[in-house]
Design a binder for this molecule. Structure first.
Ligand SMILES: [Zn+2]
Ligand SMILES: [Zn+2]
Length: 266
């Protein structure tokens, strides 16, 4: 099975899966490598910061596992960074000093609210909320250089009142194209995140049309992750994702080792 490069463990507040259980599941699925990418969302504006990684214990804990599993499966160590322009210096410093293989940059908090919580949608239409999500994401992609791949570009549609029933690339093209162009210009990868299937959207995040458009605009680096918070979701719908990526014109999957892209045949 293709390697899963978006996996959470109990180092993240929203997962209770031990890293060892996640690695074992990857081995059982026949993966040759994986990447653990726990959450680090700094200065979210929440009353309590729930998504801060304790980097010393995270990195030392995962390094021990990487050594233990060496020769059986390659354990890459990554992080999913919550992007925000107002902490640009912090993120830049962190990314340049962290000893990790891979950094996913994700738009989680928008105006101090995560779309995961219904309050994000209060007092405005779903369309307005989605547009705001994409506008802020564009600012982040343009301003920040601290990440290798942009995570789940249309994450917001997982949680809207009508989820993706009124959502499509065509309906939000004017918002999405500039994000894709900025990624291509910077040589930043785009993530195909299969949790959309798990959420019942019937599509990955982002959708097939957006992956295809990124390829059309010259984007070649696509990464793949399940966003699993539990072992049973690792590699979720990866067979389908592979077909989608091939159909969109990708021939290689990009993985990162020591922050350097490596290309695997799809
Ligand atoms: Zn995320
Ligand atoms: Zn995630």
């Amino acid at each position: 099975m293709l390697p899963d490069f978006h996996i959470h463990t109990s180092f993240s507040q929203d997962s209770s899966a031990p890293a060892r259980a996640q690695i074992e599941r990857c081995m059982a699925l026949g993966m040759e490598e994986l990447c653990i990418t726990d959450h680090h969302d700094y200065a979210t504006g929440m009353e309590e910061e729930l998504f801060l990684l304790d980097f010393p214990s995270y990195l030392s804990g995962l390094s021990l596992l990487r050594d233990e599993y060496s020769g059986r499966i390659r354990v890459n160590i990554g992080v999913e960074l919550g992007l925000q322009v107002r902490i640009r210096e912090y993120l830049g410093r962190l990314a340049s000093t962290l000893d990790v293989d891979y950094i996913i940059g994700s738009s989680h908090f928008i105006d101090q609210m995560d779309p995961y919580y219904p309050s994000f949608f209060e007092g405005r239409s779903e369309r307005e909320a989605y547009e705001r999500y994409f506008e802020v994401s564009l600012q982040r992609v343009r301003a920040l250089d601290c990440f290798d791949s942009f995570g789940h570009l249309d994450y917001v549609v997982r949680y809207g009142p009508d989820t993706n029933r009124n959502y499509s690339y065509a309906a939000y093209r004017d918002y999405i194209d500039p994000i894709l162009r900025a990624l291509v210009e910077k040589g930043t990868a785009l993530e195909c995140n299969t949790a959309g299937f798990k959420y019942g959207l019937g599509h990955p995040n982002p959708t097939e049309d957006i992956l295809r458009r990124y390829r059309e605009l010259g984007g070649e680096q696509v990464t793949l992750g399940s966003d699993a918070h539990a072992p049973e979701h690792i590699g979720y719908s990866f067979g389908q994702a592979r077909e989608i990526l091939l159909d969109c014109g990708f021939r290689f999957l990009t993985v990162y080792r020591q922050r350097k892209p490596q290309y695997l045949s799809l």
